[in-house]
Design a protein around this ligand. Structure first.
Ligand SMILES: Cc1ncc(COP(=O)(O)O)c(C=O)c1O
Ligand SMILES: NCC(=O)CCC(=O)O
Length: 427
């Protein structure tokens, strides 16, 4: 028995499924989750002292690599000053200013503790601002475990086979209208019927919770136009894409401006943080300025702000995202060529530091139904083959992968080499 197996057995005695978040449980791919004890740069080290090259990055935050010395130094400094006061601190303003600078669509920003809180609060605010109840989301997009948004959801909800979770009143779910990603006609149709009742459209501008699907040309622009035409709030959920596909997020990369943006992951530098922000007129509806209530005991926690701000400063260095994109491109091109040599149909696609692997002979994947038609059984065998060789991918065919600034060309080339030998066994 490995230490991970022993630890997992013990964990299951006290924690539902042995994990504090379902995507960690290896339910989709089978087998025992790996328990980690440390990480540095591009590498994870498990409880059995095995090293893995990591393409999960704690599900996105670790864009500068694990245990970044700059982040650790900032945390140590803050530790000596106190771990939180439940009162304003200067670093919160520094963080807010930085976010507003990086994303010009954000006039005002409020910090929260997770991506879930960010999208939940953004939806509430949009409803309060418009006085409308209905929201539009896309099948296969995941916005955290918010009641209104766990309808046809992606990520773990999809992996576990529960995209519509029990526990959500039908009277609430009926206000969530679900349409097809990258299909602007389906959006226009739902607006034709319900337009005057729709508070907001929430979208992952690059979908990363049904594998990785970039927006088709015109899709995000179309959402902007439809929302403008009906007085609805356009919410970009950039919890994953923010600061990753470009410094200014997908909104900068594609040049489409949302009304509200939800942020998470990278903004916390590995600590639990989320944020939402946007147009002044909407954000001024928020308590204590306005009537829409939202709060948090630990929101803006100084440890989390220090870590997050350190990472935002690090990724603001010139050339950071060019290098990140170059590494992701090298990986994607390498995997694609390796699959070709091994005779395994594989579609590899991505944006910036974010990528997806689809076991299919179809061309670029743009829609949820095309994702569902891919060979997940082959993905699972690929996943385990890579894990055995010391490469850690997300344990589900429905998750995007991430590279970090700590990955070197040698790391990427080793990954491609390993992948080729695994792919050769998948015929
Ligand atoms: C696009 C997106 N939105 C929201 C969330 C929820 O964030 P959290 O897990 O921090 O609640 C996630 C990931 O979990 C995500 O990928
Ligand atoms: N892409 C999916 C996530 O990032 C979710 C992580 C989690 O729920 O633990």
């Amino acid at each position: 028995m490995t230490r991970s197996e022993a630890l997992f057995a013990e964990a299951q005695k006290y924690i539902p499924g042995g994990v504090n978040s379902p995507v960690r449980a290896f339910k989709g791919v089978g087998g025992t989750p790996v328990f980690f004890k440390s990480a540095k740069g591009a590498y994870l080290y498990d409880e059995d002292d095995r090293r893995y090259t990591d393409y999960v990055g704690s599900w996105g935050p670790m864009i500068t690599g694990h245990s970044d010395e700059r982040v650790l130094a900032a945390l140590r400094e803050q530790l000596d000053q106190g771990t939180g006061f439940g009162a304003p601190t200067e670093v919160e303003t520094a963080m807010a200013r930085k976010v507003c600078e990086l994303m010009p669509s954000i006039d005002l920003v409020r910090m929260v503790n997770s991506g879930t809180e960010a999208t939940m609060s953004a939806v509430r605010l949009a409803r309060g601002f418009t006085g409308r109840d209905k929201i539009v989301k896309f099948e296969g997009c995941y916005h955290g475990h918010v009641d209104s948004l766990l309808v046809k959801a992606g990520s773990g909800a999809l992996t576990m086979g529960v995209p519509n979770s029990p526990g959500i009143p039908a009277s609430l779910a009926e206000h969530t209208l679900t349409v097809r990603y990258n299909d602007i006609d389906s959006v226009r149709e739902v607006f034709r019927i319900h337009g005057d009742a729709i508070a907001a459209v929430i979208v992952e501008p690059v979908a990363g919770n049904m594998n990785c699907i970039p927006p088709l040309p015109g899709f995000l622009e179309g959402l902007r136009e439809v929302c403008d035409g009906h007085g609805s709030v356009l919410i970009f959920d950039e919890v994953m894409s923010g600061f990753r596909v470009a410094l200014g997020g997908a909104q900068a990369h594609y040049g489409v401006t949302p009304d509200l943006t939800a942020l998470g992951k990278i903004i916390g530098g590995g600590l639990p943080v989320g944020a939402f922000g946007g147009k002044r007129a909407i954000m001024e509806m928020l308590s204590p300025l306005g009537p829409v209530y939202q709060a948090g005991t630990l929101s803006g926690n100084p440890l989390a702000m220090r870590a997050g701000l350190t990472v935002l400063n690090a990724i603001s260095e010139p050339g950071f995202h060019d290098r990140l994109g170059h590494m992701a491109q090298r990986l994607m091109a390498g995997l694609s060529a390796a699959a070709g040599r091994a005779g395994i149909p594989l579609q590899v696609q991505g944006v910036g530091g974010m990528f997806g692997l689809f076991f299919t002979d179809k061309g670029p994947i743009a829609h949820f139904d095309e994702v569902m038609a891919c060979d997940t059984e082959r993905f699972n065998r690929f996943f385990h083959g890579m894990l055995d060789k010391g490469f850690y991918l997300a344990p589900s065919a429905f998750e995007a992968g991430f590279v970090s600034a700590a990955h070197t060309e040698a790391d990427i080339d080793d990954t491609v080499l390993a992948a080729e030998s695994v792919l050769q066994t998948l015929g």
